[in-house]
Design a protein around this ligand. Structure first.
Ligand code: ADP
Ligand code: MG
Length: 715
């Protein structure tokens, strides 16, 4: 019967320094700190990277030449030297009780230190015969035991820890430290933030079992259950934070109750040269419902490139305007802001609102553009216009947030491209008006599970259906042969001859900025001298002065240029329906969603369009991306694929989204667990909105999300 001290929470574990563990003196403590292991919590959450199953081993005597297998053996001799070519060569002889085997390592001089005589390790590799001797070359090695080191008894399944060669902490040391930590915690045990009822129903093992079994599993089944529980916890913490935040938003009554019935939106929609698609109408209805309600809107509008988000956004802005409010429309780049500005002017042409102070007079809907490059005089004019309420919609880059733009009645902010727009900006924006509604748009579709993690606190609308009349884009992978390139350039020239336009996107350069600009300039000059010598070619890159960029874009839009050679500045949103050819050079260097965005620059009119991906992929991932591009034009499908290839940390960036807390959890693999965690989070918050009776869970969530969940602690 345990008495006295209660079970240990994660916070308790964090308080226990590693020096309390056997064998940890200042030197080792320092090396552990270099690996970001500062306390017992860090150590226990430093999960094994692999588990070696001893039952899968084979006796050396039974190994067949050419066969791949794992053997467990003890190092009898080991020595390193250099070959005549100067390569490091380490040779070890190992024995497993059945027979001897020679292990040869090339270019791995450090093995000599790792595999000192007496070390027991597993070796996975292919048996071959060299000069009559049976041997393995460069096998995968996992150290299992160390001669003369106590507490090294491992079970049938041996955990292998991520170790750091640099910090000189080895897997066997970590194993010993974890053993000691588990032993020291045994009396008090680990506290569980979840009720037994939930654990039973959801078939989850308790934390005590899980934390022990992840490090010391006695069977693969036990290990699976342990992983499952720990992954569940990672997702649960995130979901509790997100669901709680979403509910806090919804409970607010301080938002604007927009007047949603009015002539302006109707006139706008009636004046469009096309009918809204079903998805556009549906999304607009969802947005309108939010705008009418008392809670400030936090909605994400997802739609593939060209799905018609801009029209929906403008209609939403007009809802605000017709009730006498102002709207902000923000884009991630100046080129895009400029384009939204032009697009808005075009689509809003002829629409009027009642003029201030007069019942009879009307004035046009006021639209202005504000970016970093706006002149001081223009800024003053805009400030006055905002103040007087004559500017209804202010279009700009995200600089709108930081600048001194003062809306007199900001009612709705539309933010294009959430991927470059963080949580911090979201709250800045809310500081700009009383409680403006926020609509975030993204053209990078996000798989459902991922959206539940990254935007789990937002409502979502989706445009899945493309406007009618689009012809699919034909995508060709172009191999590096001169013949293949020539064919692609010929196709481009044929399209130009038919009155269309083209883009050529230059290779991505690691260091962005200057270097990339230089590369693009060089390619522009080369193309003008060679393949495209008789065409009208323009250049666009990020280092050009804004005036020049605008001038080039204007000329291209007006059809005064046939080809635009550009860096990825054209990635997002550039809309020239007459462009039908997209050439991407070194396409394997680009990410999948980036390629999809680039391809989305063509196929925007009714004409057949072509995408040529120049590539000589040197990596497997590169090839996978290109194959995916050739196989599909569906942004949602490609987004799933991207996640599969790259993993969530890469796709979403670690920090903002809380993915850094995912030590074991992975999407899309753990999709079901995410759903389960969401369901449990909702259920817990249903019964206990401020987690008053789930103090431990609340602390863990707060620990993870910090100030972002302060509202949980308010009441
Ligand atoms: P997104 O911003 O989602 O990439 P846009 O709003 O720029 O897409 O729309 C792409 C093109 O399709 C624009 O030229 C737009 O005028 C046109 N468009 C939008 N909605 C429709 C519709 N319902 N029917 C036909 N064309 C549409
Ligand atoms: Mg509202």
């Amino acid at each position: 019967m345990p008495t006295g001290d209660p079970p240990l929470t994660l916070a308790d574990l964090r308080e226990i320094p590693l020096e309390r563990l056997k064998g940890v003196g200042p030197a080792l403590e320092k090396r552990l700190a270099d690996m970001e292991l500062h306390n017992v919590l860090d150590l226990l959450q430093h999960y094994p990277r692999r588990w070696v199953d001893r039952t899968k081993k084979i006796d050396i005597a039974d190994l067949a030449v050419g066969e791949e297998a794992t053997v467990f053996a003890e190092v009898r001799t080991i020595h390193g030297r250099r070959t005549r070519q100067g390569r490091a060569l380490v040779e070890a002889v190992v024995h497993d009780g059945s027979s001897m085997l020679t292990i040869t390592f090339f270019n791995q001089a450090w093995r000599e230190k790792q595999l000192s005589v007496g070390t027991e390790a597993s070796f996975f590799g292919k048996l071959d015969v060299y000069r009559g001797k049976r041997q393995m070359t460069n096998p995968v090695v996992d150290v299992v035991g160390r001669a003369g080191v106590a507490d090294e008894k491992t079970g049938v399944i041996v955990p292998v820890y991520p170790q750091s060669g640099k910090a000189e902490v080895f897997t066997w040391q970590l194993r010993a430290l974890v053993s000691d930590a588990l032993a020291k915690c045994r009396a008090r045990g680990f506290a569980d933030p979840l009720d037994e009822a939930i654990l039973d129903r959801d078939d989850l093992v308790d934390r005590n079992t899980a934390l022990r079994a992840i490090h010391r599993p006695e069977s693969m089944g036990e290990l699976g259950a342990a992983k499952n529980r720990l992954i569940f916890d990672e997702f649960l913490r995130m979901q509790v934070g997100l669901v709680a935040r979403k509910r806090a938003f919804e409970a607010e009554e301080s938002g604007i109750r927009h007047k949603v019935d009015g002539p302006l939106v109707d006139a706008f929609i009636a004046g469009l040269p096309f009918e809204l698609t079903g998805d556009q109408q549906h999304s607009l209805d969802e947005i309108t419902r939010d705008l009418a309600g008392p809670a400030p809107m936090h909605r994400l509008l997802q739609g593939d490139v060209g799905s018609g988000k801009t029209v929906v956004a403008l209609a939403a802005l007009l809802v605000a305007v017709q009730g006498g409010y102002q709207g902000a429309f923000m884009a991630p780049t100046e080129v895009l802001a400029e384009q939204h500005h032009l697009g808005s002017l075009r689509l809003l042409e002829g629409l009027t609102v009642p003029a201030e102070g007069s019942l009879l007079a009307d004035r046009p809907v006021g639209v202005a553009l504000l970016t970093n490059r706006t002149t001081a005089a223009e800024r003053r004019r805009i400030a006055a216009g905002l103040d007087a309420g004559e500017i209804d919609i202010l279009v700009g880059t995200h600089a709108l947030l930081y600048g001194d733009a003062k809306f007199s009645r900001l009612g709705l902010a539309v933010v294009d491209e959430q991927h470059r727009f963080g949580v911090e900006q979201r709250s800045l924006l809310r500081g700009k008006g009383d409680q403006p509604d926020v609509l975030v748009m993204t053209a990078t579709p996000i798989p459902r599970t991922a959206a539940m993690l990254v935007y789990g606190d937002l409502d979502k609308s989706e445009l899945r259906e493309l406007p009618p009349g689009r012809t699919p884009i034909q995508t060709t992978l172009v191999d590096p042969s001169p013949l293949a390139h020539a064919a692609a350039w010929d196709a481009l020239r044929a399209e130009v001859a038919a009155g269309h336009q083209a883009y050529v996107v230059c290779p991505l350069v690691e260091d962005r900025g200057r270097v990339e600009a230089k590369a693009a300039t060089a390619e522009y000059e080369r193309l003008q001298a060679e393949e495209l010598h008789d065409l009208r070619v323009g250049l666009l890159h990020g280092q050009m002065p804004s005036k020049e960029k605008e001038a080039v874009m204007r000329a291209y839009r007006a059809g005064e240029l046939d080809v635009l050679v550009a860096t990825t500045v054209i990635e997002v949103g550039v809309d020239v329906p007459n462009a039908t050819v997209m050439v991407v050079e070194d396409a394997d260097r680009f990410g999948l969603s980036q390629l999809h965005q680039l391809r989305g620059r063509v196929g925007r009119g009714g004409d057949r369009s072509y995408c040529f991906l120049f590539a000589d992929p040197s990596t497997e991932d590169g090839q996978l991306r290109l194959d995916a591009m050739a196989a599909s034009t569906d942004g949602f499908a490609l987004a799933e694929k991207d996640l599969e290839i790259r993993g969530s940390g890469e796709v979403f960036g670690e920090r903002q989204s809380g993915f850094s807390d995912l030590k074991l959890g992975r999407i899309p693999r753990d999709e079901e667990t995410v759903m389960q965690a969401r369901r449990v989070a909702e259920e817990i918050l249903d019964g206990d909105p401020d987690l008053g009776s789930h103090a431990q869970l609340r602390d863990e969530v707060h620990d993870l999300l910090g100030d972002a969940v302060d509202f949980l602690f308010k009441s």
